[in-house]
Write a protein that binds this ligand. Sequence first.
Ligand code: MN
Length: 232
Amino acid sequence: MAYVIPAPSIPALPVAGSADLFPVRRVYCVGRNYAAHAREMGGDPTREPPFFFMKPADALQPVVEGETAEHSYPPKTGNYHYEIEMVVALARGGKDIPVGQALDHVFGYAVGLDMTRRDLQDEAKQLRRPWELGKAADYSGPVGPIHPVSQVGHPAGGSISLSVDSATKQKADLSDMIWSVAEQIAYLSQYFELAPGDVIFSGTPDGVGAVTQGQTMVGAIERLGEIRLRVV
Ligand code: MN
């Protein structure tokens, strides 16, 4: 049997220090996982259960470290925001994963951006509609190379930052997360059967804001390097 149309390719991310690729199945994103960002978005930073949304796997934009990638400004927005986030790539899946075993499921970590058409997201919130127009734009998930756990361990602290045209816009510490990576995996696995190839955007600190064409964003996380993108 043959496919009746050409089969879409499997989205994949480069693995740091190797020619190998990490194939992506699903992309989960956690919202409001840093107290100061929850406050700036009008939310309550108390430890309510985390909430999640998804991006399409083919919305990821693999970014090579050491190069300036071109990032396309998407249509239908006048308020396109950066959100620097640590991305978690899973090597193993499962259901009802205990917090104490959750990190055993991680393949590695990367620097990512949860790019957001904030005007469309705000409108969706107001109208109580889903967030896809705001969050799932094509190329809205730039991600750098994945650093395997065997090389970087499980970063639970360290600087996470984003600059635009060399001005620092976001700067926080991974230890500021309200829900740890292990807790995110455990929680998600109660609702979905996780699988190898799933990735999780673990939330952004405060300082989100808009970029325009011609500006250059640099996202960096201690031990995970940096990604550099020019908005075109
Ligand atoms: Mn986000």
